[in-house]
Design a protein around this ligand. Structure first.
Ligand SMILES: O=C(O)CCC(=O)C(=O)O
Ligand SMILES: [Fe+2]
Length: 344
């Protein structure tokens, strides 16, 4: 497969991931490429995903505008207990054992808009979003961030569609019916989380425990990741190897067969089962947009029927999606009391 042709770049090899073309009518080929990619690393590119380049660039531009605001303004939109809003530097610690301070990145969480009068608002991760133009009296954000909410809502909804299309190919690759994950109890009311990320121009130093993002696997079903042109994402295919070998995943701009413009491809990784990955800063500022698709709160996450047998029993006990997410978010994010104590 492509991945075998790793090329050397600045001392760290680059993993050439398979590309799944969502506009292709050859579904068998897509399934086979996805299956190979998942057996190899769980990472692949999705090209021709249908999200227009203009929208993609608008999301990056809006993200830059938001993170460019003074910290005092961003802190007014500090993440709440529903995990919506701004996460400052070091809020997340993805690899506590190897990091001195936490992730050298700031972020912004946006989820499904669930109004206060909707019964679902009781559920963790569900609630109203925090929007920069709202609840902020001191700064007239509307003039600074025009169309911010609109852009994010459109992207959130289109990314969810892309993720669901990818989920169908994953189902086929697992010898399941294409709509296996579309069942009401699995992706009927999923938890789709958009996260804008900004890495300042820091040079990481693994020997000193300084990382853009510490080594981790994601928490849910699958992640779509769009990045700017600055490299930084690295994967480690064998977490048990000593020493661990890390390879870069390069940003990819795929050429659409029907359009001349260059389109940003998504890097996809299979959530919790994904290969360990991290972000290494090279001194350049970097922006990325992550979209995490997690199943319904009450979905029982358990070994799939086609992935077990008598000789190969499930490796993990079943767990409710919301229980697992609560554990992982709790383990990796700062306690909000820290900020209360700081008087935010
Ligand atoms: O910014 C990136 O390239 C990766 C981010 C990531 O892995 C995450 O947020 O889970
Ligand atoms: Fe990740």
């Amino acid at each position: 497969m492509d991945g075998a042709n790793a090329v050397e770049a600045a001392g760290v090899s680059t993993s050439a991931l398979n590309r799944i073309d969502l506009s292709s009518s050859d579904i068998r080929q897509s399934v086979s490429l996805l299956k190979q990619a998942c057996l190899d690393s769980g990472f692949f590119y999705v090209i021709n995903h249908g999200i227009g380049q203009d929208l993609m660039e608008e999301v990056f531009a809006q993200s830059r505008r938001f993170f460019g605001l003074p910290l005092s303004e961003k802190m007014k939109l500090l993440r709440n207990e529903k995990h919506r809003g701004y996460t400052p530097l070091f809020d997340e610690v993805l690899d506590a054992a190897n990091q001195i301070q936490g992730d050298y990145k700031e972020g912004y969480y946006i989820g499904t808009e669930v109004p206060e009068d909707d019964p679902d608002v009781q559920k963790p991760h569900f609630g109203p979003n925090l929007w920069p133009s709202e609840g902020n009296q001191l700064l007239n954000m509307i003039s600074i961030l025009p169309r911010w909410r609109q852009t994010m809502e459109i992207f959130h909804s289109q990314a969810l569609n892309v993720a669901k299309v990818v989920a169908r190919i994953i189902a086929l690759a697992l010898d399941l019916e294409a709509d296996f994950f579309d069942k009401p109890e699995i992706l009927g009311k999923p938890i789709p989380i958009l996260r804008l990320l900004h890495y300042e121009g820091l040079i990481s130093d693994p020997s000193k425990g300084i990382y853009g993002a510490g080594a981790h696997s994601d928490f849910g079903f699958l992640t779509l990741l769009a990045t700017d042109d600055v490299p930084g994402l690295q994967i480690c295919k064998n977490k048990d190897a000593k020493p661990q070998a890390w390879e870069y995943v390069q940003p990819l701009k795929g050429k659409s067969p029907t359009e001349l413009e260059r389109k940003i491809a998504f890097i996809v990784n299979l959530g919790d089962m994904s290969t360990l990955h991290r972000v290494i800063g090279n001194g350049q500022e970097r922006y990325s947009i992550a979209f995490f698709l997690e199943p319904n709160h009450e979905c029982l996450v358990e070994c799939l029927p086609t992935c077990m047998s008598e000789e190969n029993p499930p490796r993990f006990p079943p767990i409710l999606c919301q229980t697992y997410l609560a554990q992982r978010y709790g383990d990796t994010h700062a306690d909000l009391d820290v900020y209360r104590k700081e008087g935010v």
